[in-house]
Every structure is written in structure tokens, then in C-alpha cells.
Design a protein around this ligand. Structure first.
Ligand code: ATP
Ligand code: MG
Length: 269
């Protein structure tokens, strides 16, 4: 498989080159229980896997129906063709385009997380997921019954915390550079960072993109989207700083108490 996707103007992602048939599933990284109500379909499930001795995070995407993805823009229907809606707005292809641009610019590792390409998973792998995890609901509708599962391979990030050792100022500068390249993540929040790395691009707007078209949206609406990532980051930064301050206050209170109790326990001279 050598095909770059999606087959539409703009950045494209190459296929994963490893031995997909022999993926070894180590565990589920996404929450075990997902809210599966029809108006809130989760984008994916992410697994920790091993292929040929290398560890990856494998993001396997749910299927989405075109009409659920299609925005309501009176008068703009002729611009929102099925291909545009599928390839710009389906979470799998949105992530393919964002990482496609990052790979092309050789910036995936520095600005986000190293990406190793996409794969359409063989049925044997899908069966293995069912046998090992009991997962078989991928939100396929009648038109998707014959379609294989769609997946993206990334480096596994071995951190539990969102910032790890990275400074918030460095994370902000990476986000700014990402935006300058033409990738707007649109889902900046604590949960989408690990070890200071941004890994979730399933809502990303990557230029050229229908959401950046003046034929469909006003200048003001587009500028709002362009500013959105840094605004969300500011909120995230504020809450991280508050958490740090609380932590420091608790630590200094604890050491004050410790000093006082040591003082009390001193034998009188
Ligand atoms: N590269 C990675 N390394 C380590 N863990 C990861 C990686 N990618 C994803 N995860 C884990 O899997 C979870 C889901 O990943 P991701 O956010 O990409 O999926 P999602 O379906 O878009 O989720 P949501 O809609 O809840 O944001 C993350 O919260 C994180 O715990
Ligand atoms: Mg996420």
C-alpha cells in the first residue's frame, strides 16, 4: 500500500510501513466506557501496541455518517460536496491532513508527536480486537459495512501528565508555530496533551480547508477559528498555573507544620 490520503487538494498522509498483520495489542489507552449516544459518538479508541519490537499508540477511528458531518450553511450547499465533507471534516481524514502537513514539513516530532502513517486494518486485526477487548462497535452504518477500520500510528508518549517536563511557554510557542503552518487544532485542552505533546488532531482544520473559505464563512468567523487554539491554550495555562500555586501552597503549609511539630517535640533545656 503506497497511496497517500486523502485524495483531495492539500496535505496527505503516507501509509504505515510496518507489518500491520502482526500488531500486538498491549492495552486500551482510551477510557473503557464511552458515551455512545447517537449525538455524541466518540472519535476513536486508542491502543498501546507493539509492531516489530516498536511501541506505538494506534488510534482507530469510528465511522461517521456524511449528513452528521455536514455543516448547515444555507446557500453554501454546492460547496459542501460529499468529498469535501468526508475529507475535510471526518475525524480520521482531518487527522490525516494535519499530520500530513506536519510530516511534509518534518515538524511532527517537534510540534506534536511523531506520526508513522495511516492504515486500513485487515479483518484479522479487527477480529483480534474483538477477541482481546470485546470491542466490535465502530459505528458502521449500512454504507460502511464493507469498509475496513481506519487507523493512524503515532509514537507512544510515556507520560501520564499533560505537561511532563515541558514548560508551558514552550508548549504555547509550539502551538503558535503549528498555527503559522496552517494547522488549527480546534480541541486544545489538558486531555489532549501528554508529556507536553499535543497528540489529538481529529477536529483539526488544515489549510486549504472548507472552514477557511470566504465563499462559505465571513471574515469574522474565520478569524475567530484562527484565534481559537491560542485562546483555549490561555485557559489551559491559567488552570495549570493555579494548580501549581495550590501545590506549592500545600507543600509550604506541610513543611511549616512539620517545623512546628519538631519545635514542640524538643526537650526543654
Ligand atoms: N500518542 C499517544 N501516547 C500515549 N497515549 C495516547 C496517545 N494518543 C492518545 N493517547 C491516549 O488515548 C486517549 C484518547 O486519544 P485521542 O484524544 O487522540 O482520542 P479521541 O477519540 O479524539 O478522544 P477525545 O474525543 O476524548 O479527545 C488520550 O486521552 C490519551 O490518554
Ligand atoms: Mg482527545
Amino acid at each position: 500500500m503506497t497511496q497517500l490520503i486523502p485524495d483531495i487538494r492539500g496535505p496527505k498522509l503516507p501509509p504505515f510501513q510496518g507489518d500491520v498483520e502482526n500488531i500486538e495489542f498491549m492495552g486500551l489507552l482510551s477510557p473503557k466506557r464511552q458515551d455512545n449516544s447517537s449525538d455524541n459518538i466518540p472519535h476513536s479508541r486508542v491502543f498501546q501496541i507493539n509492531v516489530g519490537g516498536n511501541r506505538y499508540a494506534l488510534k482507530i477511528f469510528n465511522f461517521f455518517n456524511l449528513e452528521d458531518l455536514r455543516p448547515f450553511v444555507p446557500g453554501g450547499e454546492h460547496l459542501l460536496t460529499d468529498r469535501i465533507v468526508r475529507y475535510h471534516l471526518d475525524p480520521f481524514y482531518a487527522e490525516c491532513r494535519a499530520f500530513g502537513l506536519l510530516l511534509q514539513e518534518k515538524k511532527d516530532h517537534s510540534l506534536a508527536v511523531r506520526c508513522h502513517g495511516y492504515s486500513f486494518l485487515p479483518q484479522t486485526v479487527e477480529n483480534r480486537i474483538y477477541e482481546q477487548f470485546g470491542i466490535d462497535d465502530w459505528h458502521r452504518e449500512a454504507e460502511d459495512q464493507q469498509h475496513p477500520l481506519r487507523a493512524i500510528f503515532k509514537d507512544y508518549i510515556p507520560y501520564k501528565s499533560s505537561c511532563g517536563r515541558k514548560k508551558l511557554s514552550a508548549m504555547r510557542s509550539n502551538l503558535k508555530q503549528l498555527n503559522e503552518l496552517g494547522v488549527y487544532n480546534m480541541d486544545i485542552r489538558e486531555d489532549n496533551y501528554r508529556g507536553g505533546r499535543l497528540f489529538d488532531f481529529s477536529l483539526a482544520i488544515t489549510a486549504p480547508h472548507i472552514n477557511l473559505s470566504l465563499k462559505l464563512w465571513s471574515k469574522r468567523q474565520i478569524e475567530e477559528d484562527i484565534r481559537y487554539d491560542l485562546e483555549c491554550f490561555e485557559r489551559f495555562e491559567k488552570s495549570e498555573n493555579e494548580k501549581q500555586m495550590e501545590k506549592r501552597a500545600t507543600q509550604s503549609l506541610a513543611s511549616e507544620r512539620e517545623l512546628r511539630s519538631r519545635g514542640k517535640n524538643k526537650a526543654p533545656r
